[in-house]
Write a protein that binds this ligand. Structure first.
Ligand code: GTP
Length: 236
């Protein structure tokens, strides 16, 4: 078996990635494909933590004239729904998991406790962090960066519907150039849409690396974990 490059990873899944072609809600065929890929890397001995977004259920900016804070809390609740779907799917294929929420809802899941999360990871359990950072105005990308650093993940692997970071939108510009490597400084300076600037700055200031890759190509999670050069690496 190929030795994985990383021992502990943070996988950021967008909410949209769980919706598949439907574009809304949860497509369990898609979820099951993703969780089978996660199982592959767990079986390689990699400690996996996950932060999941909520765009398949709720987008804060869809709140129209709503109070931003309320809209953001609704998004945090939606991440919990996605976390439970992932947990259920992972457990159905024999992967041990724990969900921890940044906002206490103890009847549903454990509250976020860093040392407990680390212990779960050491025991080979996949830890799914739900409810973002627990704060409005912060994205789930920021939650992935924050939790990734807290639990000492070696890398944040950022699953996207595109195979890396481009200098402009490849859907509208056929000359768009994909970057293999970037620094966080370049991401901020060129205003590249990798993560929002809060998450990018957090990674830049604390020296964790990000790998952006396409989730819809089967086997990509494993490829990234094995250190194959797919997608775009962002590091200092
Ligand atoms: P260790 O015993 O340390 O290996 O971890 P453990 O997670 O197995 O132990 P614990 O007794 O804390 O948890 C047993 C089960 O209860 C697990 O499925 C946890 O996710 C769950 N659990 C623990 N704390 C809470 C909580 O506050 N709320 C909810 N809903 N579940 C919890």
């Amino acid at each position: 078996m190929i030795t994985p490059k990383y021992k502990r990873i943070m996988l950021k899944l967008s909410g949209e990635s769980l919706a598949g072609e439907k574009g809304y809600g949860i497509d369990f065929d898609v979820v099951n494909r993703i969780t089978n890929e996660i199982k592959e890397v767990v079986d390689m001995g990699v400690e996996v933590s996950i932060v999941v977004g909520a765009g398949n259920i709720w987008r804060g900016r869809n709140g129209g004239g709503m109070d931003r804070t309320t809209a953001d809390y609704m998004g945090m609740l939606a991440t919990c729904i996605n976390a439970m779907a992932l947990q259920d799917s992972l457990e159905s294929i024999g992967v041990l998991t724990r969900v921890q929420t940044a906002i206490e809802m103890k009847a549903i899941a454990e509250p976020y406790i860093r040392r407990k999360a680390m212990r779960h990871l050491e025991k080979g359990r996949v830890v799914i962090f739900a409810a973002g950072t627990g704060n409005p105005y912060f994205s789930t990308d920021t939650a992935a960066a924050l939790r990734g650093m807290e639990i000492e993940a070696e890398v944040i692997i950022l699953a996207k519907n595109i195979d890396g970071v481009y200098d402009c939108d490849p859907k509208t510009n056929k000359n768009a150039k994909k970057y293999d490597k970037l620094t966080f400084y370049e991401v901020l300076e060129k205003d590249l849409k990798v993560m929002d600037s809060t998450a990018t700055s957090l990674c830049k200031d604390n020296g964790i690396s990000i790998i952006v890759f396409a989730l819809d190509t089967p086997g990509n999670i494993k490829r990234v974990v094995q250190g194959e050069n797919i997608g775009t690496v962002v590091e200092n």
